[in-house]
Design a protein around this ligand. Structure first.
Ligand code: DLL
Length: 434
């Protein structure tokens, strides 16, 4: 199959494709988006200056703020007549990020999503339960179009209606599940409450993304559902889900679809590219997108790129599981902490659920961190002494691993808000309000 051929190209073949497409994308942006013409003119860059992939370092970055400043349609490179779809991020702060798609963009997106599903071992004949939200969020429709292109039978359930989801999962014999990792946990919890046995389900594989999740969370979901749980990454600015995905064989980093998205990782201080394997901020250039090409877009996501071969035979570069966003990184008394680091610690301890929230505040001049975690239903919540001992143990582990003092508060099951769109809110930073 052609799709698989390109995924096994040699590095040189990939570089050639990427250079051709990179030149095209820079030209499109320069010729058709006034923002880019002005930005490139300021640094004296013309599209014909791009001779090699190395020349990318002379090209200015694009940021989320640039998109906000051009809200809603200022970044479009085509007339509205050629736009067939508009998506937007929920935008909890400031203006939403808006993105448009031409017919070809939708085709390309469907293709990378079909490839993503195939990379998870999903095929024609599978019954795919799609519990990503349908709407402005790209999860629902992105997976949907990919599943149809692949030929799997997609059930467009969207998020919510959890008991019904589970009944359909059982009655329709769903073999694949797509949703956020937190929603997967919620499904597991609800199935348990409904007395639904794992053996009543035919699920084999799940493709989870849209928020950071750790290896510990993967293990939890895999064990409780008896499936392979794989990571899928993307963002609406670039296309939606399908920028990169793990393969079933390797389960060790997400292959970036380099024929459409050119990835770099930069040091957030120097803004220079880091060496492969080193962590930094992911920057992506769209190589084929027509409606809204983005050149060196700073995603804000922290990861590292790996170029060593993967057992699956795909040659495309792999990115590590995203550990969080640059703006999720908390600085607590001078120490850097990502919610995902706390998650890794929590999930190693018996009796806890992966439902937690970090509450950051200030007492006088000092930052304080409270970690609230739900315990599981088996934990005797009236045994105060036992809870205190456990809280102290968790605090000790957090301090050992992250060098940060935390007050740990255990909560009964089901009290932490599960979040909208299936994405959980992990951090409440009260320092920002003051
Ligand atoms: O979350 C697209 C998506 C839908 C991806 C379904 C995967 C599955 P946005 O709402 O624009 O798009 O949010 C994008 O979510 O910059 C990351 O910070 C985060 N994110 C997305 N996927 C992952 C992942 C969709 N696998 C923002 N791991 C991105 C960690 C992720 N964070």
């Amino acid at each position: 199959m052609i799709l698989r051929d390109i995924e096994r190209s040699t590095r040189q073949q990939l570089d050639e494709i990427e250079l051709d497409r990179f030149k095209w994308a820079v030209g499109q942006a320069y010729d058709r988006v006034p923002f880019y013409k002005e930005r490139f003119d300021t640094v004296g860059l013309r599209p014909h200056h791009i001779k090699s992939l190395e020349d990318i370092k002379h090209v200015p970055f694009t940021t989320k703020n640039d998109l906000r400043n051009n809200y809603p349609f200022g970044m479009l490179a085509v007339a509205m007549d050629d736009v067939v779809r508009i998506h937007a991020s929920s935008g909890t702060t400031g203006k939403s990020i808006v993105t448009g798609y031409t017919h070809n963009d939708i085709q390309m997106w469907s293709e990378v999503m079909a490839r993503s599903l195939a990379s998870a071992g999903i095929h024609r004949g599978d019954v795919l339960q799609n519990a990503y939200d349908y709407g402005l969020f790209t999860g629902g429709l992105g997976v949907h179009y990919g599943a149809e292109m692949l030929g799997a039978a997609v059930i467009p359930l969207s998020g919510g209606n959890t008991q019904k989801q589970l009944l359909f999962m059982q009655d329709f014999g769903s073999t694949a599940l797509t949703c956020t990792p937190s929603y997967a946990l919620f499904l597991i919890e609800t199935a348990k409450e409904m007395g639904m046995e794992r053996s009543a389900l035919r699920l084999r594989v799940g493709l989870f993304g849209a928020e950071p999740w750790t290896e510990g969370m993967r293990q939890e979901i895999e064990e409780r559902l008896g499936i392979d749980a794989l990571d899928i990454y993307g963002l609406c600015e670039i296309i939606g889900p399908g920028v990169s995905v793990e393969c079933l064989e390797g389960k060790n980093g997400l292959h970036v679809y380099e024929d459409h998205f050119l990835p770099e990782v930069i040091d957030t201080q120097t803004l220079l590219p880091v060496v492969p394997g080193e962590k930094g901020e992911l920057v992506i250039t769209t190589l084929t997108k027509e409606a809204m090409p983005l050149i060196r877009y700073r995603t804000g996501d922290i990861t590292a790129l790996h170029i060593d071969p993967c057992v699956c035979g795909r040659t495309m570069v792999r990115m590590e599981k995203v550990m969080g966003r640059t703006d999720d990184m908390l600085i607590i008394r001078g120490m850097n902490v990502f919610p995902s680091q706390i998650e890794s610690i929590i999930l190693r301890i018996d009796g806890l659920e992966p439902y937690y929230q970090l509450i950051v505040d200030k007492k006088g001049p000092l930052d304080t961190l409270e970690v609230q975690i739900e315990v599981n239903a088996q934990m005797p919540f009236d045994n105060i002494r036992m809870l205190e001992v456990l809280e102290a143990k968790i605090a000790e582990q957090i301090e050992d691993h992250l060098d940060v003092k935390a007050q740990v508060t255990l909560l009964p099951p089901r009290v932490i808000d599960r979040g909208e769109d299936g994405k959980m809110v992990r951090v409440i930073d009260r320092r920002k309000k003051r």
